[in-house]
Design a protein around this ligand. Structure first.
Ligand SMILES: N[C@@H](CCC(=O)N[C@@H](CS)C(=O)NCC(=O)O)C(=O)O
Length: 201
């Protein structure tokens, strides 16, 4: 399987964390692909016309995106339990997955805006408010995150927090969400997170 990959992308990180958790890393051929909103990548678009990473090309030619679909595919392939199928664990896991991805989506738009020559203050303010409100809500849920079985929900939330460390260091998110920070520190001890720390280059 070929994975369009970058060591910086938090969505790719979700996929790689799942691959490590499921023992599937050796089955992935990593292809370094640059994806930037303003620079569609022709090679990547051959596989994914949306020019986004992660994109997974299966051996039979089927191309999977986005990260949610790829993570679920890997979970099924590896016979894992990262996507609880039913019962009380399913909806909290899927909600945290959407919550983590939503925080990431806001952060990516926020970063794009702040790097423009003349960022729009109202947009910057709106992204900051949404991300900070999400951190406070997740802080209230820190105990639930630690008590629930480890799933795609925790993977997504922890990858979003890792992205804040990587790109929004000055936000000082730990001071706003100390219980969440303690939970995150525990999750970061997992080998799957240690082996997927974002790096420049
Ligand atoms: N919802 C997608 C988001 C993926 C995404 O936006 N990835 C970024 C890299 S971190 C990207 O490919 N950006 C290029 C673009 O938006 O054109 C997923 O979960 O895979």
């Amino acid at each position: 399987m070929k994975l369009h990959w970058s060591p910086k992308s938090p969505y790719v990180r979700k996929v790689m964390v799942c691959a490590h958790e499921l023992g599937l890393v050796d089955r992935l051929e990593l292809v370094r692909s640059v994806a930037a909103m303003l620079k569609p990548n022709a090679v990547l678009m051959h596989d994914n016309p949306l020019s986004k990473i992660p994109t997974l090309v299966l051996d039979d030619g089927l191309v999977l995106f986005d990260s949610a679909v790829i993570c679920e595919y890997l979970n099924e392939l590896g016979g894992g339990s990262l996507f609880p199928q039913r019962g009380a664990d399913k909806w909290p896991a899927l909600r945290w997955h959407a919550f983590g991805d939503g925080v990431l989506d806001a952060c990516i738009l926020w970063r794009n805006e702040r790097e423009r020559e003349q960022p729009l203050p109202a947009l910057i303010d709106a992204f900051e408010r949404k991300v900070c409100a999400s951190l406070q809500r997740l802080d209230d849920e820190a105990q639930a995150l630690s008590e629930a079985p480890f799933s795609i929900g925790q993977v997504a939330v922890a990858c979003a927090l890792g992205y804040l460390d990587y790109r929004f260091d000055s936000l000082g998110w730990r001071a706003m969400a100390p219980r969440l920070a303690a939970w995150h520190a525990q999750v970061c001890m997992r080998p799957s997170f240690q082996r997927t720390e974002p790096v420049d280059g």
